[in-house]
Design a protein around this ligand. Structure first.
Ligand code: FAD
Ligand code: SF4
Ligand code: SF4
Length: 480
């Protein structure tokens, strides 16, 4: 049915409809509606079925995108789901949260002049449909094998590894210090990008498939890494990065200046129905406040848009470069602008003003873009005598994340760290310096993306299996 495809010359690109900004501002529901069956088929048919698909090459999972687009165009959705699920543990989540403009869609060959195929929206449509039709099944091994793995961290990296090894019959135990499964997919990413039910239904499937979750359990405090190593054939560290980059300057210790992740976690917990005292007492709640968010990445966009939904009186994003140089996804910036966020471009904070121990304004200075540095990025320099005050009752610092101070985390001097503070692994085997202890996801890469966590988790599962099988078949190794 080749004539079904190549429709990009006839059909224009349609992203899924967005809810009106006025409606979005007052609730935390996802903002994109779902494609209808007709729209998904039509949009899929725009693909030109490239022999060398750049979309797949630039997808971290190398998804077989042209194949599932063609199957969707032909209405063969169950097969489309099988092809999609073969390379991606969470296609419906990637369809929602991947920055497609920088990955698959940004590299679609019909992008120039015709607008790319809406790959992410189709991927989400296929798997949301699969859930409705009951095609998504728990991991179901053909036979049990006598190997066990202990996974520290129930974020995308840990879960992707867990699903792969459980599917091959391993005994899999996932430990997490939090009370829910999902890592930053639950407590970082806001509902309006990823409704929590989408993550929690996966967690339930995994548990139904025999993956054991030990929650509220912090490795290094409640159980030592040594104990895990003794209990399992291999251990995977997939603990992510959580140390917020900080901001100094006069007044930095005033009340009302909070880190982004604390703020977002409180909001996510509140939306999940948890009791959140810091939200209720106003510490981590933007309601009726003038809010200033400092930073220009995706986390800053999540903060400004959360503050709007909490009923802030004004929300301003302070960023030291201009719009064209923002690190965050342009799609998210547009969404924030539509929802009423004001951007103060080329503005860098220098300190904070306060009244009665509470912040009342951010003291900032205007910047101009100078010459590019060795990396090609334009440097910013302050403009003399351009200082100004931006009034604020709540300031949210969204400047990025670093790993915790390792290796003290597990009290294991054997774990070596890079100069960026990430865990060092052998690039091929993905093993740390500790025998049988592997690492994957943000703890190795630094702050990254869900899709890279999935990729790493799938890859490390293969490496863990190779290691344990080699050890089991070699008496010399097994004796170590
Ligand atoms: P995590 O998701 O961080 O999971 C690590 C888990 O390990 C956590 O559950 C943690 O509780 C647990 N843990 C840590 N230490 C211990 C310990 N000692 N014992 C037991 N458990 C432990 N990516 C996107 O692709 N799209 C987005 O839109 C997006 N938005 C984001 C928004 C925010 C606010 C943030 C902070 C990140 C966002 N990301 C986004 C990035 C993405 O969430 C991460 O790259 C991804 O979750 C990393 O996966 P991970 O499995 O390595 O770690
Ligand atoms: Fe695109 Fe992400 Fe899906 Fe890959 S996983 S096809 S990058 S949306
Ligand atoms: Fe289809 Fe675009 Fe991928 Fe080519 S690059 S296969 S047109 S989605």
């Amino acid at each position: 049915m080749a004539d079904r495809m190549l429709q990009f010359v006839r059909l224009s690109q349609h992203q899924p409809d967005k809810r009106a900004a006025a409606a979005r501002r007052s609730d935390f529901g996802e903002i994109y509606q779902r494609f209808s069956a007709e729209r998904a088929s039509e949009q899929s048919s725009r693909c030109s079925q490239c022999g060398v698909p750049f979309c797949s090459i630039h997808c971290p999972l190398n998804n077989n995108i042209p194949d599932w687009l063609k199957l969707t165009a032909e209405g063969r959705l169950e097969e489309a789901y099988e092809v999609s699920a073969a390379t991606n543990t969470f296609p419906e989540i990637c369809g929602r949260v991947c920055p497609q403009d920088r990955l698959c869609e940004g590299n679609c060959v019909i992008e120039k002049g015709f607008e790319s195929v809406t790959i992410g929206a189709v991927e989400k449509y296929i798997t949301d449909t699969a859930w409705e039709k009951g095609w998504v099944k728990p991991p179901s091994p053909v036979r049990e094998v006598p190997h066990s793995v202990g996974i520290i961290g129930a974020g995308p990296a840990g879960l992707a590894a867990a699903e792969r090894l459980r599917g091959r019959g391993w005994k899999v135990t996932v430990y997490d210090r939090y009370d829910r499964v999902g890592g930053l997919m639950i407590y970082g990413i806001p509902n309006f990008k990823l409704e929590k039910e989408v993550v929690l239904r996966r967690a339930e499937q995994f548990a139904a498939g025999g993956i054991e979750f030990v929650l509220n359990c912090q490795i290094g405090r409640d159980i030592s890494l040594e104990e895990l190593r003794a209990k399992h054939d291999a251990v995977l560290i997939a603990t992510g990065v959580y140390k917020a980059r900080d901001l100094g300057g006069p007044g930095a210790d005033l009340a009302g200046i909070v880190p982004a992740l604390e703020y977002l976690t409180a909001s996510n917990r509140q939306n999940l129905g948890d009791a959140v005292p810091a939200y209720e007492d106003g510490t981590l709640n933007a309601h009726a406040k003038r809010v200033v968010v400092i930073g220009g990445g995706d986390t800053a966009m999540d903060c400004v848009r959360t503050a709007i939904r909490q009923g802030a009186t004004s929300v301003t994003c302070l960023y030291r470069r201009d719009k064209a140089n923002m690190p965050g996804s342009m799609r998210e910036v547009s969404n924030a602008e539509e929802e009423g966020v004001r951007f103060a471009w080329l503005s860098a904070p220098e300190g904070f003003e306060g009244e009665g121990g509470k912040v009342s304004a951010v003291r900032a200075v205007k910047m101009h873009l100078g010459l590019p540095d060795a990396t090609g990025r334009q440097q910013v320099e302050p403009i003399p005598s351009s200082a100004f005050s931006e009034p604020a009752d709540l300031v949210i610092k969204a400047l990025g994340f670093d790993p915790e101070d390792l290796p003290t985390m597990f009290g294991e001097p054997g774990l070596t760290v890079s100069r960026w503070g990430t865990l060092t692994i052998d690039r091929r085997s993905m093993m740390t310096q500790l025998e049988g202890v592997f690492a994957a996801g943000d703890i190795v890469r630094g702050a990254s993306l869900v899709v890279w966590g999935i990729r790493d988790g799938r890859d490390v599962a293969d490496q863990i299996e190779s290691y344990v099988l080699a050890k089991a078949s070699s008496p010399a190794l097994a004796a170590e």
